[in-house]
Write a protein that binds this ligand. Sequence first.
Ligand SMILES: CC(=O)N1C(=O)N[C@@H]2[C@H](CCCCC(=O)O)SC[C@@H]21
Length: 123
Amino acid sequence: VKKCALTGRWVNDLGSNMTIKILNSNGDFSGIYNTSVSATTQKIIPSPLLGSQNLPNQQNQSTFGFTVHWSFTNSITVFTGQCFVDNDGKEVLRTMWLLRSRVESISSDWKATRVGTNVFTRL
Ligand SMILES: CC(=O)N1C(=O)N[C@@H]2[C@H](CCCCC(=O)O)SC[C@@H]21
């Protein structure tokens, strides 16, 4: 199997996990994200994701991005990152994300976006 194809199951250091399904011929994919944490009090449920991975150099640690459309609250997270194969041959996703939460009014827009980094490894 090619190293660093995103297809499959990944887990991050927060304990969140995701399943990336079919990666089509131009690198687009869909999947499911199970977050272990939330900024809201709503009950967490698995949420769909859509994304793309740069294919031409897929076997050479390519870049990707995806959007999680949270099913349980009015927010969206976009992730972007790169898949690396470390010295032990383990695949690791180094990502950054933006979480945009819905706020009541434009005067609260300033506090509506959170940013972070995160690392995923194969489950
Ligand atoms: C990978 C990582 O850092 N994160 C993760 O696995 N879960 C949290 C956030 C979950 C947001 C849920 C919806 C909401 O609370 O508005 S997305 C970034 C962060």
